[in-house]
Design a protein around this ligand. Structure first.
Ligand code: AMP
Length: 116
């Protein structure tokens, strides 16, 4: 249970810059940011490896990842300028950590989505 890189961050076994936390979700800065703001939001409970593994019972938790990102964006003052949320699923999307997570990217114009 939770034996992934992000599980170790959730358990504070390895360091991360934690910027958001509630009962179900942890948000921390990406170690290799792709934008001025790049935060990862992960569920703190049972590991869902990829979006494709999620069940209907986990729909609320997945939605809460979105709302956590939106709350953080409002709190940090960049919601009005805008931001992007991304969830990579498996190889073709470049997923590297198999513990479902939502990327929040912000802080500058992000360009057209989908450029390889
Ligand atoms: P993905 O490619 O969608 O699986 O995203 C994994 C993300 O985790 C990448 O953007 C990595 O830069 C990030 N990452 C890897 N190791 C760490 C770490 N120790 N702390 C914070 N972010 C990390």
């Amino acid at each position: 249970m939770n034996d992934t890189l992000f599980g170790r961050i959730i358990r504070r076994e390895i360091p991360a810059t934690i910027v958001y936390e509630d009962d179900d979700i942890l948000g921390f800065k990406d170690i290799a940011p792709q934008a001025p703001v790049h935060v990862l939001f992960v569920p703190k409970g049972a590991v869902i490896p990829t979006l494709d593994d999620a069940t209907p019972e986990q729909a609320q938790l997945l939605g809460r990842l979105m709302l956590a990102a939106a709350e953080y964006a409002r709190r940090e003052g960049f919601a009005k300028d805008g931001y992007r949320v991304v969830m990579n699923c498996r190889e073709h999307a470049g997923q590297t950590v198999f513990h479902v997570h939502l990327h929040l990217l912000a802080g500058a114009p992000l360009g057209h989505f989908g450029t390889p």
